[in-house]
Design a protein around this ligand. Structure first.
Ligand SMILES: Nc1ncnc2c1ncn2[C@@H]1O[C@H](COP(=O)(O)OP(=O)(O)OP(=O)(O)O)[C@@H](O)[C@H]1O
Ligand SMILES: [Mg+2]
Length: 256
C-alpha cells in the first residue's frame, strides 16, 4: 500500500526549477532511497514533504491525506519525522534529553522547552524515560545517554538525531544524508539500524550519497537530476540504467 504519494511536485526559486514535476510512491514497510548529484533537489523535496517549504504545484499525500501547506509540527503529529543534512541537536542537553524533547508532540504538553519540565505523572515519566533509553539503544548511542550533545562525536550525533526523530513515533521517517561524515564501521552499523527501524514498522525514505549503503538497504531508488526524476526502480536496475550512469554514477561506475 502506498503510504506516501508525491504527484507532479514542483518548486521554483526564481528562474531555477529545484523540483520539477516529480512523482513517486513510497510503500508502507519499505526503505526507499532518493539519490542524485549535488543540487539535484533532494533536500528541497524533503522540505516540501515536511511543511518546511511549499510547492508551487503538485501534491503530497500521506496515508490518503493531503499534507501540503501543513506546518512542520502538524506534519510530525500526522506521522512524518525527519532529520536534517546538518544535525540540529540541542547542544546543551544530554543525548537522553534530546530524545525526550523529540517526544513532545506525543505527550501532553506541546512546547519544546516544556518537554523537560512538564507535569508528567510518575508513570508517564517512567514510560518516556524507558522509551528514550530504548531508542538510544536502537541506534547504538546508549553510552552517550548522559553526555551533552556538544560533546558527542560526529557519527554518534547523526545516530542520535535518528533516535530523536523516532521519539515522535513516526510512521514515515525521512533521513537526509544519514551517512555523511560516518566512517565505514559507523556506516555498517547505520545500515543495521535502518533495518531495525524498518522492522519496527516504520517506513523510510533516505537521501544518501553513499552508494554502498543505498544499494544495500533500499528496496527501491528514485534518481533525481536537476529537479527531475530520471529513473526509479530496484537497485540492480538502477545500477544498469543508462540515464542514471550518465547523470550520476559516472561512466566508470564511480559510485558503485
Ligand atoms: N531556499 C532556497 N532559495 C534559493 N535556491 C534554493 C533554496 N533551496 C535550495 N535552492 C537551490 O535549489 C537547488 C536544489 O537544492 P537542494 O538543496 O534541494 O539540493 P540537494 O539535492 O539536496 O543537494 P545536496 O546533495 O548538495 O544536498 C540548488 O540549486 C539550490 O541552490
Ligand atoms: Mg541536500
Amino acid at each position: 500500500m502506498s503510504l506516501l504519494a508525491i504527484r507532479d511536485l514542483t518548486r521554483r526559486f526564481g528562474g531555477l526549477v529545484a523540483v520539477d514535476g516529480v512523482s513517486f510512491d513510497v510503500h508502507e514497510g519499505t526503505i526507499k532511497a532518493v539519490i542524485g548529484p549535488n543540487g539535484a533537489g533532494k533536500s528541497t523535496l524533503f522540505n516540501l514533504m515536511t511543511g518546511f517549504d511549499r510547492p508551487d504545484a503538485g501534491a503530497v499525500s500521506f496515508d490518503g491525506r493531503d499534507i501540503v501547506g501543513m506546518r512542520p509540527h502538524k506534519v510530525v503529529a500526522a506521522g512524518i519525522s525527519r532529520t536534517f543534512q546538518n544535525t540540529q541537536l540541542f547542544e546543551e542537553l544530554t543525548a537522553l534529553e534530546n530524545v525526550l524533547v523529540g517526544m513532545h508532540t506525543r505527550l501532553r504538553t506541546g512546547l519544546v522547552g516544556g518537554a523537560l519540565r512538564m507535569p508528567w505523572t510518575v508513570a508517564e515519566e517512567r514510560r518516556a524515560l524507558e522509551r528514550a533509553s530504548y531508542l538510544l539503544r536502537l541506534v547504538g548511542a546508549e553510552q552517550y545517554a548522559q553526555t551533552h550533545a556538544a560533546d558527542i562525536p560526529h557519527g554518534m550525533r547523526r545516530l542520535l538525531e535518528i533516535a530523536r526523530a523516532l521519539a515522535a513515533e513516526p510512521r514515515l521517517l525521512l533521513l537526509d544524508e544519514p551517512a555523511a561524515g560516518l566512517n565505514n564501521f559507523e556506516t555498517q552499523s547505520l545500515s543495521k539500524t535502518l533495518y531495525k527501524i524498518r522492522d519496527e514498522g516504520v517506513t523510510l525514505v533516505v537521501v544518501e550519497h553513499d552508494m554502498g549503503l543505498v544499494m544495500e538497504v533500499s528496496e527501491e531508488i528514485v534518481v533525481i537530476d536537476q529537479g527531475r526524476k530520471i529513473a526509479e526502480g530496484p537497485p540492480l536496475l538502477i545500477q544498469k540504467d543508462a540515464a542514471v550512469i550518465e547523470a550520476y554514477l559516472g561512466e566508470e561506475g564511480a559510485y558503485v
